[in-house]
Design a protein around this ligand. Sequence first.
Ligand code: ACO
Length: 429
Amino acid sequence: MPSDSLTIIDNRTGKQYEVPIQDGAVRAVDLRQIKTRDDDAGLMSYDPGYINTAPCKSAISYIDGERGILRYRGYPIEQLAEKSGFLETAYLLLHGALPSAAELDDWVSAITHHTFIHENIKKFIDGFHHDAHPMGVFVSTVAALSTFYPEAKNIQDEQSRATQIVRLIAKTPTLAAFAHRHSVGLPYAYPDNDLSYSGNFLNMMFRTTEVKHVPDATLQRALDVLFILHADHEQNCSTSAMRNVGSSHADPYSSTAAAAAALYGPLHGGANEEVLRMLRSIGAKKNIPAFIERVKRGELRLMGFGHRIYKSYDPRAKIIKRVADEVFDVTGKNPLIDLAVELERIALEDEYFVSRKLYPNVDFYSGIIYEAMKIPVDMFPVLFAIGRTPGWLAQWQEMLLDKEQRIARPRQIYTGPEVRDYVPIEQRG
Ligand code: ACO
């Protein structure tokens, strides 16, 4: 008998089972031997929302939700946010190690030289309504990339995978910026290879008549840090969507589009957008207590608060608060920051939030920074998607190379009617 094991007594039958424990987990499939009859399919674990189910082993990001720790490949998020750049962090997530100077040069050069998109993509962006949500445009255009690169379906080919990964990281800012330009009726601004990844994104967002648009260095760095903070977060909703769709061996563009679609929801990446709308609707500090009472009555949620895993302060929110000050030095202070700080203070003194361990998450302050940078609210989840793309791709590749992974196909507990005979329409009551 293994020393690390779980003894289970099935009180329905009186039978006893030994189930091995490895890495702090039992294998759900080991429960299948627990049966009441020979034709019984075996015991399942019921876990809506996958609250306590690990569908994979992963070496990419580590979270300790009680202690507010986030690490990428072992490196604390605080160190990466201070010392690394977004493309270096993307390399780290994808390759498992920080690059040498030569490797980083090659990587940055490859990304920089894949930022252009096929001219036909502009034509179908043109087909969207002017008020189309940019996240809808983003999801559709990322999915459409698969039609431009049909070889991407060779997911077992290492070289092809590497090429699609570079293309996706390089082209998502272009698609995002073009979605914005379309929504405001401006001509598309093409990538500028002289600029940094974040600088080029700001250039494509905001360039107008100037020959060269060089965004403020502080804003470039702030955006880079925000992208780093969003780059991976283990098995969240969108990453699970990426892995689920990818497990059917769909190409990476289709899988990334699925992940972005999952991110769109207001309980996930759409929350930063909702935070801004919430702060605007509160309007003034004097309205906060009444707002908090409505939240406590269950009428609405305090957006940007709470997290499935973090039960103490989200470490990303702490870093973002610092970045906000640097951005405001350039842009002027966003008045919503005072409202947000006061809302946080009042919430964190309130028994409702304290007892439920609800703290600000990454989205509570990110939108305030984006707004100060003149990025429209609709674009907030799109920015999240740009930052998360390397994480999705690292998780997708890890899933494909993991021999234990199979097509995602959960079980269910059937609660519908027993078998019944079809009734012709004229005989139905
Ligand atoms: N405002 C008010 N109450 C909340 C909030 C909130 N933001 N979040 C959770 N609660 C309450 C719930 O009502 C519940 O209370 P109850 O026990 O009295 O019923 C309790 O806290 C537990 O909440 P759950 O919904 O069970 O927690 P879950 O882990 O399923 O949800 C989630 C996590 C979705 C993030 C939730 O906290 C939420 O909706 N937050 C607001 C949206 C948000 O900011 N999302 C961004 C998450 S971070 C990210 O995706 C990058």
